[in-house]
Design a protein around this ligand. Sequence first.
Ligand SMILES: Nc1ncnc2c1ncn2[C@@H]1O[C@H](COP(=O)(O)OP(=O)(O)OP(=O)(O)O)[C@@H](O)[C@H]1O
Ligand code: SF4
Ligand SMILES: [Mg+2]
Length: 328
Amino acid sequence: MTPLLKVDDLEIVFTGDTGVFKCIDKVSLTIDPGEILCIVGESGSGKSVTLLSVMGLLSKNGKITGGRIEFDGKDLLSKSEKELDQIRGNTLSMIFQDAMTSLNPVFTIGSQLIETMRVHLNLNKKTAYERAVSLLEKVGFPNPSSFMKKYPHTLSGGMRQRVLIAMSLACNPKLLVADEPTTALDVTIQAQIMELIKRLKREYGMSIILITHDMGLVAEMADRVQVMYAGQIVEEAKVVDLFQKPKHPYTQALLKSIPSIRDDENRELITIEGSVPEQYGDITGCRFANRCPYVVPECNVEQKLLETVSGHFARCWRSLDREEELNG
Ligand SMILES: Nc1ncnc2c1ncn2[C@@H]1O[C@H](COP(=O)(O)OP(=O)(O)OP(=O)(O)O)[C@@H](O)[C@H]1O
Ligand code: SF4
Ligand SMILES: [Mg+2]
């Protein structure tokens, strides 16, 4: 199958007060039509920057210094801003963590939905209005025409996120990128939104990249998973393989930090000691070494993403020789 999105050896640097920081180091990813790929990792691992670059939305001090991004047969890095705008409004859509920052507070929900469709689909006002109402109904508004007249600040966080999802579906995207779309919402609303995303995926047949730091959500949503740490992919596998036989010590630690439903509520959650190193771009050896319980002096050389078994990759040379210990 030809992948819908193919990112090869992406490299991104930021220039700031403290100099040049290599934020993304040879990141590759693919997603097939209809697939849900989850990208997981702690805060600061480079999840958002990677996908913002796919969308052509890197901040001004960021620069792509290497690699290729191919989407739907098009080389995105060779496109002009205008061409990218077209692609973003049609086949490629993104929803963010905080719906309020993506909605314009001075316009009603209805006018924003209609405007999006008039610009990108060239619809007349009446058709755009009807489509907007039907989209709001699809994402779970019981009385959609009355919601068309509401302003974003009058809606709850969960409702605003639904509006954003409706907006992202307005042009039938082939790929929806969702960056922590439910982190700001309470658990019940989070479950409803995830159910909605899954249902819409089935109905529209689109692919989804879900960025999260929540392994519970990964288990529920993903077909395939990529684990990011300090600007690199450190593990990649089908969701079942990743949960049953994690190869990289970082993934193992992430899995141990999932709260279990059977946990005594007073029990302290296991967290991974330490944090993602800040200037990780300059580290030559394994970037997880300062937190890894299995570190040995030989880890202090560049780690490659190795295929351990078919379709299962890990950036840890010891994942090959310590399989039993790592999974024990
Ligand atoms: N505009 C920027 N200028 C400089 N550094 C940046 C910029 N945006 C991100 N970074 C740095 O790049 C690294 C990766 O950031 P990114 O936002 O991709 O992390 P993340 O994995 O999405 O984290 P989170 O889970 O907190 O959203 C971090 O060290 C961050 O400080
Ligand atoms: S290379 Fe060494 S330090 Fe890095 S994850 Fe593997 S065992 Fe740990
Ligand atoms: Mg982020």
